[in-house]
Design a protein around this ligand. Structure first.
Ligand code: WTA
Length: 661
């Protein structure tokens, strides 16, 4: 089966045998829910597949289209075009449409800094800031279709920056603030971004992460020369965070906004006009620039936010994801704002100053919906029940998870200790490429099963198949594929349409291949077990093994490197790398530290390996391919059960096992 990295099919089958608990929607919740029964969900689902035009027209009624679409879909594999003929500006649906309603004065973003500072921006204020920045961008020469990189932390201005780009039809590419200068440079180069929006620094565990300095180091490099300007938001006073402003290149956000002389009207764009590029790891070393367009993406983010979170006017909704990942795009910005929701935003570490931080914020801000990652849940669970027990969590009414499979123990803890048994849990499966949630159990409509990501959402036609493309039976493991296009699907990879086809449409004829393994149970519920390609999911972050390996071999000491995942109680998967050295380098702790630093510099700190093991050589097939499957077994400390007959030299494997730390 392909080249299993994260999980194998036997893991899938094992998962199936373990979990059979069901949690019916709490009656109190179900009574008021948007969709109140499985039958009601099935009816909507059927309509979305059989009559997509009626379905999507009705469900996107609240959104602003300057001209309605004339054709719902044009599918020319691998290219889908949705809502043809429609024109719009995404920022109008997120902001302007609320201005003539009471939502204008409702809090759009409720922010808390790590040090406890808070800020509130109403929809009217968010609109004002966005219009000003959009005008400023135009004055600086940014035009429709130009790319703008955003390298910021979790502050309201990051949403302003994204929406301002959308307003003038510029394409944003948000780069997670944990990425290194080199990773930022690569993304600027690939997207040919003309301008970078950043901030002096961001808070993390009582320290200041100097974002602007990192931008400086990226822009010093000739590869990033397309970016000739930066706009810098001042988040701290100059005494706390000094920045070098380069004359003629760097501009302060406040100055830029103050200099706006004309107010720009929103740029009305075609449904398929690019909205953003978001880079994500793939099976080869180079990150993929996933491209999302305007109407389809907006409709997907809008409709899923409304239904999956069963959103109400009175909700205080908190998605803990960083805006640098797709979850932050769809469920912190575009989805909730297009629904007029109040979004809570937190800048800082979840355990700062202590493990009560999340729960204290839930209590103080009366959060009603909490959407987070299994890694965060497991980390909190490990600290015991005393932290959440100190806080009144009765405001919560719905919980969600995303990013990686959740183990049933963590699910049950989340349900009992955080949700106090009252809140449905939505386990949501989706990807950067899918743009919006694809699988979940709609709260109120369907029972949850801990560890299952539930049923397909509207317009999602999926299947579990063998590598030859044949559908498998209930409870059999296979490849998770999507058989039909859906509105928020990625349209291509920026600058590399061939790779788009190769990556997603070459594995199974006529289908989009997700890279995940899954099974479907007798109830139609999906159990996603994780990646079966060369991508690892570490604490909910996608890391390509090839990307990590090429970072390692770019270090002068490294001859060869192989990265594999090892099951980890906290992170889901831990990163283990095996490294063979060039002559003249000694395999010691100092070198290990250096290699860890090197990866942090090349990619970012979050990609630092958990374990670095030195090896004289790596196990290979006779044709010279590294046998990762065996390394995975060594990393996990288990015997290899699979076929080793193609292994060239058994001595290598024996030696690796002997060297186990
Ligand atoms: C994994 C994050 C199990 C999966 C939104 C997918 C999940 C990859 C879940 C996409 C879930 C995401 N259960 N696995 N609920 N959600 N995944 O692009 O392997 O950062 O392919 O998007 O995360 O990661 P990405």
């Amino acid at each position: 089966m392909l080249a299993p990295q994260g999980v194998t099919m036997s893991d899938a089958i094992e998962s199936l045998l373990k979990e059979n608990r069901r949690f019916e929607p709490p009656a109190e919740f179900a009574k008021e829910a948007r969709v109140t029964s499985r039958e009601a969900y099935e009816a909507l689902y059927r309509e979305s597949v059989d009559d997509p035009d009626t379905f999507w027209r009705r469900e996107s009624e609240a959104l602003v289209f300057r001209t309605p679409w004339t054709k719902t879909l044009e599918w020319n594999l691998p290219h889908a075009r949705w809502f043809l003929g429609a024109t719009l500006n995404v920022s109008e649906s997120c902001l302007d449409r609320h201005l003539s309603t009471p939502v204008a004065n409702k809090t759009a973003l409720l922010w808390e800094g790590e040090n406890g500072d808070t800020r509130k921006l109403t929809y009217a204020e968010l609109h004002r800031q966005t219009v000003l920045l959009a005008s400023a961008l135009k004055q600086l020469g940014i035009e429709k279709g130009d790319r703008v990189a955003i390298y910021m932390g979790m502050i309201p201005e990051v949403a302003v920056a994204m929406l301002a780009c959308a307003r003038i039809g510029a394409v944003h590419t948000v780069v997670f603030g944990g990425f290194s200068a080199d990773a930022l440079r690569d993304r600027i180069q690939d997207s040919q971004a003309k301008l970078v929006i950043t901030q002096d620094g961001a808070s993390r565990r009582g320290q200041i992460v100097p974002l602007k300095n990192t931008v400086d180091r990226a822009l010093e490099q000739p590869e990033a020369k397309s970016a000739t300007k930066t706009i810098v938001f001042r988040h701290f006073g100059s005494e706390r965070c000094t920045v070098d402003m380069k004359e003629g290149r760097d501009l302060w956000w406040d100055d830029v906004l103050a200099s706006v002389t004309t107010e720009c009207a929103p740029e009305v764009v075609d449904a398929e006009h690019p909205l953003f590029i978001l880079y994500t790891s793939g099976s080869t070393g180079k990150p993929k620039g996933v491209l999302h367009t305007s109407a389809g993406y907006l409709v997907g983010a809008h409709v899923t936010t409304k239904y999956v979170f069963d959103l109400r006017d009175s909700d205080i909704y908190w998605c803990t994801a960083d805006v640098g990942w797709v979850t932050g795009h769809s469920y912190l910005v575009y989805g909730p704002l297009s629904n007029g929701a109040t979004c809570f935003m937190y800048e800082g570490a979840p355990n700062y100053p202590d493990w009560g931080r999340f729960w204290s914020m839930v209590e103080r801000h009366k959060i009603t919906i909490l959407y987070t990652a299994p890694t965060a849940i497991r980390a909190c669970m490990r600290q015991g029940d005393a932290w959440p027990a100190k806080h009144d969590l009765s405001s919560l009414r719905l919980l969600g998870t995303v990013g990686e499979p959740i183990n049933p123990e963590a699910w049950i803890w989340y349900h009992h200790t955080i949700g106090r048994g009252r809140c449905p849990i939505v386990d949501t499966w989706w990807q950067t490429e899918t743009g919006s949630i694809m699988l979940t159990t709609l709260p109120g409509a369907a029972a949850s099963k801990p560890g299952s990501t539930g049923l397909p959402l509207f317009g999602v036609v999926l299947d579990v198949v063998t590598p030859k493309g044949e559908a498998v039976g209930p409870n059999e493991g296979g490849l998770l594929v999507l058989r039909k296009p859906w509105p928020s699907m990625a349209r291509t990879l920026w600058g590399d349409d061939e790779r788009f086809r190769q990556s997603y449409f070459n594995t199974i004829e006529g289908c989009y291949f997700t890279g995940d393994g899954a099974r479907r149970d007798e109830d139609g519920y999906m159990w996603v077990v994780g990646r079966i390609d060369d991508v690892l999911n570490v604490a909910g972050h996608r890391i390509g093994t090839a990307e990590l390996e090429s970072a390692l071999v770019s270090h002068p000491a490294v001859a060869e490197a192989a990265a594999v995942g090892r099951p980890d109680d906290l992170k889901g998967t831990a990163l283990v790398v095996f490294v063979s050295l060039r002559p003249g380098f000694s395999a010691d702790q100092a070198l290990r530290d250096q290699l860890g630093e090197h990866v942090a510099k090349e990619i970012g700190r979050f990609a630092r390996p958990d374990v670095i093991r030195f090896a004289d050589s790596l196990p290979k097939t006779r044709s010279g391919k590294i046998m990762r499957r065996l390394l995975k077994d060594v990393a996990a400390g288990r015997e290899s059960t699979g076929d080793t007959s193609t292994l060239e030299d058994f001595g290598v494997l024996a030696k690796l096992r002997q060297d186990e730390d």
